[in-house]
Design a protein around this ligand. Structure first.
Ligand SMILES: [Zn+2]
Length: 269
């Protein structure tokens, strides 16, 4: 089991800047279909696993162009065992690697995004809660394959829709927990957060039709180093997040610092 040292909690609100397609109850990890589904009560929510998939691919696209960092997602030329599981498992079976040796090999060969987000060979260090809706207008009504605005009864943009959309302006509550990260892990999470803060990342399918634009607002980070006895005590005794952990004062500075470190760090993590 991994030793817990530093811990970070990121909270914020994901605000839809455009409508978002509501899916039919099954989620899609790569975000090609809508990650929004309805609770039995009819309220939309984004399953944490779906948001994780979208967040991961957002990070992977950028890691691809950062020197010394690796992801086995696109155009990969490295040795990440995730991309060649059968080979790797055969090699492992035919070898006499001890557990320690295996850990060492994985540390060296797993790509940066598999180390952070998990793979068949490594547990994830980052955890995404389900995103429940805080504010929303009811889903746009669909009639005769044309989207109708419920108030005006006029067809919206005269576009043909054969799916349901949740309207722009809807707000979902986000919480991400990062446990025992390396500096690289922390930098990668900051890259993902920064993309959502700047509204560059989208969520859900049909983005070419202008759906799924969103922006992360009110981003707040809390940090704690559980190796420090005072911080550990505070963490264990505190009731609310702000009591348990230290709130980061300047989020812009926090993101800049950790992304900057990632751009200059050439270590293996
Ligand atoms: Zn990988």
């Amino acid at each position: 089991m991994r030793e817990m040292h530093r811990k970070y909690v990121f909270t914020g609100k994901l605000e839809l800047k455009s409508g978002m397609h509501i899916g039919g109850g099954q989620t899609n990890l790569r975000g090609t279909d809508s990650p929004v589904v309805l609770t039995p009560e009819g309220d939309p929510f984004i399953p944490g696993s779906s948001f994780k998939g979208v967040f991961r691919s957002t990070v992977e696209k950028l890691v691809n162009v950062i020197p010394h960092r690796s992801t086995c997602f696109l155009f990969f030329e490295g040795d990440c065992p995730t991309t060649k599981q059968e080979d790797f498992n055969n090699q492992r079976r035919g070898s006499s690697w001890s557990e320690t040796q295996l850990v060492k090999i994985l540390k060296k060969e797993l790509c940066d995004t598999c180390k952070l987000f998990g793979s068949p060979y490594a547990a994830s260090k980052v955890f995404f809660s389900d995103l429940y809706v805080e504010e929303w207008a009811e889903a746009t009504q669909l009639r005769d394959g044309v989207a109708i605005d419920r108030d005006s009864e006029r067809a919206v943009d005269r576009l043909k829709y054969d799916y349901e959309v949740i309207s722009g302006g809807s707000i979902f509550k986000m919480e991400i927990v990062l446990e025992s990260p390396s500096d690289i892990d922390l930098g990668l999470v900051c890259i993902g957060l920064s993309e959502f803060v700047s509204g560059m990342a989208g969520i859900g399918g049909m983005r070419s039709r202008g759906l799924g634009n969103c922006q992360l607002i009110d981003l707040t980070a809390y940090e704690s180093d559980l190796r420090d006895p005072d911080q550990l005590q505070r963490y264990l005794l505190g009731k609310r997040l702000g009591e348990k952990m230290t709130k980061v004062d300047d989020m812009t500075d926090f993101l800049e610092k950790h992304i900057g470190a990632l751009l200059t760090d050439v270590s293996e993590g």
